[in-house]
Design a binder for this molecule. Sequence first.
Ligand code: CA
Length: 231
Amino acid sequence: MQSINVLLIEDETRIREMIKDYLENEGFQVLEAENGSVGLEKFKASEISIIILDVMLPGIDGWTVCKEIRKNSNVPIIMLTARSEEYDKLFGFELGADDYLTKPFSPKELVARMKAVLKRGKEIGGIGNNPSIFEYRDLLVNLDSRKVTLSGETVAMTPKEFELLSFLVRHPEKVFTREQLLNKVWGYEFGGDYRTVDTHIKMLRESLKGYRNIIVTVWGVGYKLEVEVLK
Ligand code: CA
């Protein structure tokens, strides 16, 4: 089995050692960093599969570290925080964190979240060597020919519906805010009307018929493409 390298960025020695011991027992390789700048250095110098990132760090905080990493990497990031406000959660997702754990948590819970995050992206995958075709059960999305089929039947949709779907399909299980979708799919740098997103999500769901539930509303945050609901 290929080893999974975990980068653990946490300033509290006691918590860091507790997590490290647990993860190593579970078969993970753990690299430790006691602050954000050491974390960023280790990330650049090594092949990292997943990052566990504490929010409250001396010097550069966890949000900034997350933002830095997201500039050129999609590596899964799980944030740790002592606070549980909805604001933090939203902020973390906006910066590109994949999941979120509030202290105190059990290491068992952390491993469960890590496994879930690592599994993402494998649920919907390219067929063979063609990364342009995505399939989930009877749903086929061809990014090159911009064609969507359901059980072999072509699904008619507007170009924006297609762009929205292809964006979500390329980032399964990841929550996006309306603002992010406006930015990524419509190309608006900021602002814009969030109702545009809601309207297109509604149209896309109608087009997807029996697969409409793969687009999930995350209350207070935005939308995500969820494949688990079909299982
Ligand atoms: Ca801390």
